[in-house]
Unconditional design. Structure first.
Length: 347
């Protein structure tokens, strides 16, 4: 049986609310020229908690299917923004779905956010071109309820009350444009820590760490700084030196052999060991793949070793083709060296 409170009960409730602060121990934060916190057996304020966690960057925690913070049957699409099963449903509802995967987790200003189920977000039709922003927003005014929430803004997100926003997606929608035709851009920055090892042979199991984790060999001559990549989740990638990749070998002059390159902090290492049917005499012998984005922005040349005591020159004339390496000299081309970043774009 439900019993409704009397008018007297409601009055007493209001009075108790007013007296609560008098009977509750309120923490008084320290002040003065110098102070530190936390102090043993004393509380801390929301602002102190936020300041204590500034060493942790804001962002999502990006695991990998079957490892870290995920289960083996996860879709992995944490915080992905997508349409409904059909364009017609997307346009009819004027909403998009923020995916949770198995669960999506983030840290913002030291506070933890978790999305356990897909969330439907509104993107209404507009009369002027509008850039919607989907954010993880920390709002200090909501400290006692939910300090971090998913928000959709149709203008620059506000910061007047100390809000902090982590941008997950933008959706640009134009007048008279269906939502399914709008332009979506994914950001989803992710946060991770740093692990130190003696040398690169002691790098730990990469699957045990979230994407973005940096591993630093600390011994003398540690040989690089490694990152647990999102796109290569089964290996540590050396951020100082890239992996060797094939160059495109020219089909003229009957060229055969090896032409490879890799990125380095100072430019591009290349290794050429080619043989032609005849002397190159200014013909191109190899080129960077278009997908690499690497191009010459200035003319460049270096000597190469041929057969016996013969030498030649490999070079690029960017006005001819900014991706190609040409050669003058003997038909045996042996070269190993670095093209400086000064003459290159796309590094």
């Amino acid at each position: 049986m439900t019993v409704n409170p009397s008018d007297y009960d409601l009055i007493q409730d209001d009075r108790l609310d007013e007296l609560e602060s008098l009977v509750s121990a309120e923490y008084k934060p320290p002040e003065g020229v110098e102070y530190s916190f936390p102090v043993a057996n004393q509380g801390i304020t929301q602002e102190q908690f936020r300041l204590m966690n500034l060493g942790q960057a804001n962002g999502m925690i990006h695991g990998d299917n079957g490892t870290v913070n995920d289960s083996p049957d996860s879709t992995g699409y944490r915080y992905y923004l997508e349409g409904h099963d059909s364009d017609s449903e997307t346009n009819q509802r004027n909403t998009l779905i923020l995916r949770a995967g198995t669960s999506a987790e983030s840290i913002v200003e030291g506070f933890y956010h978790r999305l356990t189920e897909d969330m439907e977000l509104p993107f209404p039709a507009v009369t002027n071109t509008t850039l919607y922003r989907v954010t993880l927003t920390y709002d200090p005014r909501k400290f006692k309820t939910s300090p971090i929430n998913i928000e959709v803004w149709n203008a620059e997100p506000p910061t007047a009350h100390g809000q902090i926003h982590v941008l997950l997606h933008t959706v640009e929608r134009k007048p008279n444009q269906l939502l399914s035709q709008s332009t979506m851009t994914r950001y989803r920055p992710y946060t991770a820590g740093v692990v130190s090892v003696q040398n690169k042979t002691q790098l730990p199991d990469v699957a045990s760490y979230p994407a973005g984790t940096v591993a630093v060999p600390s011994s003398n001559g540690g040989q690089g700084v490694f990152v647990r990549s999102n796109t290569h989740p089964r290996q540590w990638l050396n951020t100082h030196v890239g992996s060797w990749q094939n160059m495109e070998i020219s089909q003229i002059l009957g060229l055969s052999g090896t032409a490879i390159f890799r990125r380095t902090p100072s430019g591009i290492d290349i290794y050429l060991q080619l043989e032609a049917d005849s002397e190159p005499t200014g013909n191109y012998v190899a080129s960077f793949p278009e997908s690499s984005g690497i191009q010459f922005k200035r003319n460049w040349y270096m000597a190469y070793a041929g057969a016996g005591d013969l030498t030649g020159v490999i070079f690029n004339n960017r006005n001819y083709n900014p991706r190609r390496i040409l050669a003058n000299g003997p038909r045996y081309i042996r070269f190993s060296g670095t093209i400086p970043d000064y003459v290159l774009n796309g590094l």
